[in-house]
Design a protein around this ligand. Structure first.
Ligand code: BGP
Length: 462
């Protein structure tokens, strides 16, 4: 069968500044939470590799842009690093950073690759983190000002802006799950962080609209469609809906509808956990500044059942549901995540049916592989498994398109293998491999060659 996509479909990949650029002497970059945390506790990071030792995108971007071209990209998402542009988060703008981003954007455009720019990818400037990070209302104001600086500097050429990548992750990983700084377990603080992020995003959108630039602005959300163990069991269904409200609708609703999900507000109210900074004026800003464009990151679903295990010592989202292992699940054999291709289709249909069919695209999808070096043959990673993975997901994107979903593109995570937070270089995701032992040398994988064909033909036969 032929899977043909529209002629102007966006083909490309995504990455972020902190995961690719490195810290180069003389670049004037300030410290962010990851730079600082690595200095304090390197043993927490896989192989003790920190954010300075990455693919050196900061200096090597012209070469990497050629690699993007060679793998069929017509668009690529990067993120501006707040701590690079405004080293302390609130003060002077770093001119060296302005020059760098200008050159990067111009180089992408000159090579026919549209820059999609994101403003926040888990990289809080350290001086602001010391003041509480997203728990501090002043950080919301600082973010809106940083966003405005970016729009003024680069908004003449960048036409696709995103306020944040996966804002649920700082909530979940930093305040519930202990795998991002500050490794706190506290649902009340988690709720405050999430609310401030949603507000900061709306304030940045307001700043963008005020400037009257021609372009669009959105947010990137990792959607984890929630499936009940038994669709005929009301308790399982209810549990699944609450999980959906916590993990998906918590940001989808304010971003697209301008309001927060009622179930979530009721739960937080009952627990006396509504953010202390809530006020009518800010809620009106959220209501008035919804997005133009949604980026959907899709990796895996959530399998949910009614609560069976005892509640923990303090309130927690999972007091309302339990997760379970679907017996029919298919696992990524190289990294313990479920692969469920239909989840991408279900997410797109959800946006069509419940969120006004807003303009959207797949902004991340990908297959992490631990120890991918074992697939190296004659100098190239033979990642047929990744080709299958992308193909199987694209078939569902194609089906969603044919059913009227407003899906405009597909970006893979990621272009070049990159550094991933505590996991560092443990899981490789790229179309292009990076040899860290050999000064970051880059080689296109088999999947990168395949993707070039797909992008060139706007589709594939299977
Ligand atoms: C996404 C993030 C990326 C990247 C990716 C892979 O959620 O947006 O920043 O980290 O996940 O993550 P990991 O390497 O932990 O599998």
């Amino acid at each position: 069968m032929k899977y043909q996509f529209p002629a102007d479909f966006w083909w490309g990949s995504a990455a972020s500044g902190p995961q690719t650029e490195g810290v180069i002497p003389g670049d004037g970059k300030g410290e962010n939470v990851w730079d600082h945390w690595f200095k304090e506790a390197p043993e927490l990071f896989f192989d003790q590799v920190g954010p300075a030792k990455v693919s050196q995108f900061y200096t090597r971007y012209p070469e990497y842009i050629q690699q993007m071209k060679a793998t069929g990209h017509n668009s690529y998402r990067h993120s501006i690093q707040w701590s690079r542009l405004i080293p302390d988060g609130v003060g002077e703008v770093n001119q060296t950073a302005v020059d760098y981003y200008n050159k990067l954007i111009d180089e992408m455009l000159a090579n026919g690759i549209e820059p999609f720019m994101n403003l926040y990818h888990f990289d809080m400037p350290w001086p602001l983190q010391e003041q509480g990070g997203w728990e501090n209302y002043d950080v919301v104001t600082a973010f809106a000002r940083y966003a405005e600086v970016c729009f003024e500097l680069f908004g003449d050429r960048v036409k696709k802006w995103f306020t944040m990548n996966e804002p649920i992750v700082p909530v979940e990983a930093g305040y519930l799950g202990e795998f991002h700084y500050p490794q706190v377990v506290d649902m009340k603080r988690a709720a405050l962080v999430g609310y401030h992020e949603a507000l900061a995003s709306a304030k940045a959108i307001a700043a963008y609209r005020k400037l009257g630039l021609s372009g669009e602005i959105g947010i990137i959300l990792n959607l984890t469609p929630s499936y009940p163990r038994d669709a005929k069991n009301p308790a399982d269904v209810k549990a699944s809906q609450i999980a959906d409200a916590f993990f998906n609708r918590s940001f989808l609703d304010p971003a697209i509808l301008g309001t927060f999900p009622e179930e979530l507000v009721t739960i937080l109210k009952d627990l006396d956990m509504l953010p202390k900074t809530l006020n009518e004026a800010d809620l009106a800003i959220i209501q008035d500044n919804t997005i133009d464009l949604l980026g959907i990151n899709y990796y895996q679903p959530r399998r949910v059942k009614a609560k069976e295990t005892p509640k923990g010592p303090q309130p927690f989202p999972t007091d309302y549901f339990d997760f379970y292992e679907w017996p029919e699940r298919k696992m990524n054999p190289y990294r313990g995540w479920e692969i469920y291709e239909k989840g991408i289709y279900d997410s797109l249909i959800n946006i069509k049916e419940n969120y006004g069919n807003i303009r959207c695209f797949i902004s991340e999808n990908g297959m992490g592989v631990e120890g991918e070096g074992r697939f190296l043959e004659e100098g190239q990673i033979q990642d047929g498994y990744r080709i299958e993975f992308v193909k199987d997901h694209l078939k569902y994107v194609h089906q969603a398109l044919s059913e009227g979903c407003n899906v405009l593109g597909y970006h893979m995570w990621t272009c070049m293998d990159n550094w991933s937070w505590l996991n560092a270089y443990k899981n490789r995701y790229g179309f292009i491999s990076i040899d860290l032992a050999n000064d970051g040398a880059a080689t296109i994988k088999k999947s990168g060659e395949w993707f070039k064909q797909v992008a060139t033909n706007n589709g594939f036969d299977d």
